[in-house]
Design a protein around this ligand. Structure first.
Ligand code: ZN
Ligand code: ZN
Length: 214
């Protein structure tokens, strides 16, 4: 039962293809888990389609439709989706494509306190990483210089009064200073996307920051 959803801005950005790759990935992953946001996205896509339909027709050279169809067919052949072959209890299909397999294929790097991370290969306009937080451990105290999306894939975390469980997405902005803590019980695995470096308060995290790229 998902309680924390995407904003209209993010859905619209996704529908119009204007988001950085890493943000797109977080949106696509949430949508793959959430019927409500998938329905909202369909509505935006239908709206976009009706705008295109309302435009005046432009003459196209003969054969351009066939060329377009052929290029769609080739690009589908050239990029066989991992998700078509692998399914995973933790990673939804969009993430399986980036990791190149299921949760066991993730190459974790320890970052202290038992926390581990794995940066996913996206364009550098924003950073996407998987975070592994042992139950009861908190993410270092930090503010933001940009937007931060945190999507829960396993376990849960608490931030102030809110609990975020599998499928929930937390959207923190410039104004938010917060300390997410993994709930007791299961270790927490999240997808975290940041569009600018976080500014950590403590000295050690600040020294480590350039190395961790967070
Ligand atoms: Zn949703
Ligand atoms: Zn944060």
């Amino acid at each position: 039962m998902i309680k924390h959803h995407l904003t209209d801005d993010l859905l619209m950005g996704y529908a119009t293809g204007t988001l950085p790759e890493a943000v797109n990935l977080a949106v696509a992953t949430h949508i793959s888990m959430c019927d409500e946001c998938r329905a909202a996205l369909d509505a935006y896509n239908a709206m976009g389609g009706s705008v295109v339909n309302g435009c005046e027709a432009v003459a196209m050279s003969s054969g351009s439709l066939n060329a377009a169809l052929a290029s769609i067919r080739t690009s589908q052949l050239e990029t066989p989706s991992q998700s078509a072959r692998v399914s995973d209890p933790v990673l939804p299909a969009p993430l399986i494509d980036y990791v190149g397999g299921g949760i066991d294929a993730v190459k974790w790097t320890p970052v202290g306190m038992g926390v581990k991370q794995a940066i996913l290969p996206t364009s550098r306009a924003a950073t996407a990483r998987l975070l592994y937080i042992p139950s009861g451990v908190d993410v270092p105290d930090h503010g933001h210089r940009g937007i931060e999306l945190t999507l829960v894939l396993q376990g849960a975390f608490r931030d102030e009064d809110d609990v975020f469980a599998r499928g929930d997405i937390e959207i923190a902005t410039e104004a938010d200073e917060h300390t997410p803590v993994a709930e007791m019980g299961e270790d927490c695995i999240c997808l975290a996307v940041t569009d600018a470096p976080l500014k950590f308060r403590g000295l050690l995290p600040r020294i480590a920051q350039p190395f961790l790229r967070i």
